[in-house]
Design a protein around this ligand. Structure first.
Ligand code: GDP
Length: 304
């Protein structure tokens, strides 16, 4: 229900665009396909994924000879759900972490302003609510505000945070965080990291150093590298995904600000193009406004 509300704008927009694309047409022909292509692209599904979807629909048209526009909605839903299933295979459908990793180490990356700190706070809240011991690490040491903001969330949720002064070595903060987590017998460590893209080589070096240093304490850390993207920024989110996946191995995505945006399509395009599952979606600024991504709910809301 929250997701429905959160995606209200996306769904009105996608649905009305789709209706316009088929208005007055009873069968799916080249013109409808062209219109559909435009609807998908303008809904930020991304060119590559749009072409993939169009191709799949063309296949069905040529196989079945005739495809009515009344069926288009259903078929499009199926194809989009298929795309999401392909990348989300085996991904948990609730807030959970594997029990054989202790501490479970999450490294969170993303540019400033996308909602990285908020997402970390919301995750800490969910895991703490389950009775898990959570420790946060403020390894985005470039801006004092980033450290302060994470402190605010740590206080709000009531979990410990490990930090150093602004400008200190992110890898050293990460190391301290893991050390502290191990001594506290913590279940989960969430490390906030660099939010700067303007120097790719630096970013890459910084993230690999953070990883390397953490592995001195937890051999297979990080267990998850979560990239946070702002779902309302369309093509920027694609560009950021491109840069971060070049800089480090990203294993999952959180797409924020899907409340009040007509850009929910980025979820489909980015997870497909980069073959990385969307694990979480942000649907508001509040502590409870993070949801585990559910492809069925998502597709339902997108098309309703
Ligand atoms: P960071 O710089 O990436 O750490 O970004 P912050 O976590 O500080 O978030 C930037 C702004 O986005 C803040 O005002 C947050 O409240 C807001 N924000 C984060 N996630 C969401 C979301 O899912 N929905 C909405 N509407 N706002 C969000």
């Amino acid at each position: 229900e929250t997701l429905d509300k959160g995606l209200e704008k996306s769904k009105t927009s996608f649905f009305s665009k789709l209706s316009k694309a088929v208005a007055g047409k009873s069968k799916v022909d080249d013109e409808v396909l062209d219109n559909l292509e435009e609807v998908l692209v303008t809904s930020d599904v991304g060119v590559d994924t749009t072409l993939k979807v169009i191709e799949r629909i063309e296949d069905r048209v040529s196989r079945d000879k005739y495809l009515g526009t009344d069926e288009l909605n259903k078929i499009l839903r199926e194809e989009i759900a298929n795309l999401l299933s392909e990348t989300n295979k085996g991904v948990a459908t609730e807030f959970s972490i594997p029990t054989d990793k202790k501490p479970y180490v999450m490294m969170v990356v993303g540019v400033n302003g996308v909602g990285k700190t908020t997402t970390i706070g919301k995750l800490a809240y969910q895991f703490k609510k389950q009775g898990k011991k959570v420790v946060l690490g403020a390894a985005d040491t470039f801006r004092a505000a980033a450290i302060d903001q994470l402190q605010v969330w740590a206080d709000r949720v009531g979990v410990p945070i490990v930090k150093q002064d602004m400008g200190s070595d992110p890898a050293s903060v990460a190391y301290d965080t893991l050390k502290s987590a191990i001594s506290k017998d913590a279940d989960i460590v969430i490390i906030d990291t660099a939010g700067r893209l303007h120097n790719k080589v630096n970013l890459m070096n910084e993230l690999s150093k953070v990883k390397r240093v953490m592995q001195k304490l937890v051999g297979d850390a990080p267990h998850d590298v979560l990239l946070v993207l702002d779902g309302s920024t369309g093509q920027n989110a694609f560009e950021q995904a491109k840069q971060f996946t070049k800089a480090t191995e990203v294993t999952s995505l959180a797409v924020t600000k899907l409340d009040g945006t007509a850009k929910g399509g980025v979820v489909i395009g980015i997870s497909d193009q980069f073959q990385i599952p969307v694990k979480y979606i942000g649907v508001g600024e509040g502590i409870e406004d993070l949801q585990v991504f559910n492809k069925y709910e998502f597709v339902d809301s997108f098309f309703k």
